[in-house]
Design a protein around this ligand. Structure first.
Ligand SMILES: CC(C)(COP(=O)(O)OP(=O)(O)OC[C@H]1O[C@@H](n2cnc3c(N)ncnc32)[C@H](O)[C@@H]1OP(=O)(O)O)[C@@H](O)C(=O)NCCC(=O)NCCS
Length: 180
């Protein structure tokens, strides 16, 4: 229901609190691959913590301040995309993504992110879509580049992860660039 196809065997659809068990199992399977890059992996350790995190996004969505989607490959939850920020006042949003290692290298994230950006820009009137990443995250920067984003700069010591504060690269595209 309400699914967007990404490939013959893959789809993007809302990831919601009722997926807590499935999301917790997905986090456990991919933990070592996601933990170097993603803060949520630190707080999702079991079904209860998974439900709390999913609920936080359901609450953000209810306020129109964020959204969360899962990527299912062959019926298995294998990744996701989110609007970590969705600010209708400044018309700025930030897209985040992740994928299990076995689902990578197929363009699923690029396709999913294009769909998210299209919706944000065309349907919701966002004028600025951001992408934030650790400078060492080459796979993430490659997606930003593939989406046509521009690297705007570095926010020093701004990204809390594993007890430290890390530099964040900010990439972005503007609505005019997207529709062109
Ligand atoms: C970032 C991440 C989601 C990227 O995953 P990915 O599979 O490389 O990204 P895509 O799904 O867009 O696929 C791109 C790859 O598929 C290939 N590809 C195949 N068909 C493609 C298509 N139709 N369109 C685009 N790329 C395609 C590309 O060449 C590229 O492969 P390459 O890396 O060997 O050049 C993944 O590395 C990840 O989950 N990392 C850990 C979490 C993380 O860092 N999240 C981001 C935090 S900022």
């Amino acid at each position: 229901m309400f699914a967007h196809p990404l490939a013959d065997d893959a789809e993007l659809r809302p990831l919601e609190p009722w997926h807590a068990e499935e999301f917790s199992a997905h986090a456990d399977r991919s933990r070592e691959h996601l933990a170097p890059w993603l803060p949520w992996v630190e707080v999702v350790n079991d079904a209860d913590s998974a439900r709390r995190w999913l609920q936080s996004y359901a609450d953000r969505q209810a306020r129109d301040e964020g959204r969360l989607y899962g990527i299912w490959v062959g019926g298995v939850l294998s990744g996701g995309t989110l609007f970590r920020v969705f600010d209708t006042r400044s018309r700025t949003c930030e897209v985040g993504v992740w994928l299990s290692p076995e689902a990578r290298g197929r363009g699923l994230i690029t396709t999913a992110a294009r769909h998210m950006i299209d919706w944000a820009v065309v349907e919701r009137g966002m004028t600025r879509v951001e992408w934030r990443t650790l400078p060492a995250n080459e796979a993430s920067k490659a997606v930003a580049r593939r989406l046509g984003m521009t690297r705007e700069g570095v926010l020093r010591a701004s990204f809390p992860l594993r007890g430290g504060l890390h530099d964040t690269e900010v990439w972005a595209l503007l609505a005019d660039e997207w529709t062109a």
